[in-house]
Design a protein around this ligand. Structure first.
Ligand SMILES: Nc1nc2c(ncn2[C@@H]2O[C@H](COP(=O)(O)OP(=O)(O)OP(=O)(O)O)[C@@H](O)[C@H]2O)c(=O)[nH]1
Length: 340
């Protein structure tokens, strides 16, 4: 009897709002009906991306299964949530042809890759690749990449300071684990700035990793799938800051809450409020669905940095907005900006 080949799994990681869901959605649409199972993990208790992925359109482009894990960051719930989910997917008949896992924007990919060395999955699944999505526009604007000069100046001014910027650390950890780096939003960045972004990214990537440029139209499945990296084989060599510093990883640096918004006069009015809320110190990401006066359909909201997108989403409840940011962000100020 020959052993059945292992099912390839692709881990898609990257900071909050980098473009992970957009990339996966395009991948599913262009996968030619391949049986792809999706595991979607979000920080904060309300799932938003799972809905975006499941509503992909006609049956031909629908993922085989979408499992949402909203019980915290996947890197910290590996044993409780992730492994049972994998076992459930592996028990399906027919089994998926490919498994795609979208981590939350605050997750470290390293513990997840290591989970693939666990006995219950290692004989049946291989990590085809860790794909790290980097928001090229945000890096070009200095909103995500570590500002080494500023950090050095801060340290020099206060020798007791030993706490790195949590956003910069995550950015570095997510890049250090990548087999493939996808630079998203290159449509928003000019060629010279893109060269600078690539230099920053190269400085954090493993030498064997590659990078590709992408726009909102995504990338061909042949670029994203079939990397054959078997990342579980060197899972413990892919180190995060926490591994190197001997600390446990937690998400104490970040916070999230779900809030409702008083009905806005129009989608533009809502976008203006969300823009004001994004400007509150420490806010990193806002997304969800809100009501607009006189309209039956809720408006979907996507905000990353200064960019706010809205569109009508018929059939979706106005279930509120998820706000994610640095610990200690001023919830009252965010809600005031949203018009509560
Ligand atoms: N112009 C442009 N916008 C993009 C691109 N990729 C993603 N976006 C937009 O960026 C926003 C965030 O994209 P998502 O795909 O939801 O990002 P994400 O990484 O899944 O976000 P989280 O799950 O919250 O971490 C959305 O408004 C997208 O439309 C791109 O290549 N170009």
């Amino acid at each position: 009897m020959t052993a059945s080949p292992r099912i390839p799994a692709t881990i898609v990681t990257g900071f909050l709002g980098a473009g992970k869901t957009t990339l996966i959605r395009n991948l599913i649409e262009n996968s030619g009906g391949r049986r792809i199972a999706l595991i979607v993990n979000e920080f904060g208790e309300t799932g938003f991306d799972g809905g975006l992925l499941a509503e992909c359109g006609d049956d031909a482009c629908r993922p085989d299964t979408v499992v949402e894990l909203t019980n915290g960051c996947i890197c910290c719930t590996v044993a409780d949530d992730f492994l049972p989910t994998m076992e459930m997917l592996l028990a399906r008949d027919p089994a998926p042809e490919h498994i795609v896992i979208e981590t939350s924007g605050l997750a470290l990919p390293q513990p997840l890759v290591r989970a693939f060395t666990w006995p219950s999955v290692r004989h049946r699944v291989t990590v085809d690749g860790v794909v790290t999505v980097v928001d090229a526009a945000a890096v070009a604007e200095g909103r995500i990449a570590p500002d080494d000069a500023a950090l050095a100046a801060q340290r020099a001014a206060d020798p007791s300071l030993d706490h790195d910027d949590p956003v910069a650390e995550l950015f570095e950890d997510q890049l250090a684990c990548a087999d493939l780096v996808v630079l998203s939003k290159t449509d928003l960045v000019d060629a010279a700035a893109l060269g600078g972004v690539e230099a920053v990214v190269r400085g954090e990537m493993r030498a064997a990793a590659k990078s590709v440029r992408a726009t909102g139209a995504g990338l061909p499945p042949a670029i994203l799938l079939g990397l054959g990296a078997a990342a579980e084989d060197d899972a413990f060599a892919r180190k995060s800051h926490h591994d190197l510093e001997g600390e446990a990883h937690d998400h104490d640096d970040f916070d999230s809450f779900v809030t409702t918004v008083a009905p806005a006069a129009s989608a533009d009015d809502l976008a203006g409020r969300v823009r004001a809320a994004m400007a509150v110190e420490g806010v990193l990401r806002i997304k969800g669905h809100a009501a607009v006066a006189g309209k039956a359909a809720a408006v979907a909201v996507q905000a990353v940095g200064p960019r706010v997108e809205t569109w009508f989403a018929p059939g979706k409840p106005a279930s509120g907005l998820v706000v994610i940011g640095l610990k200690g962000l001023d919830r009252a100020a965010v809600e005031a900006a949203l018009g509560l």
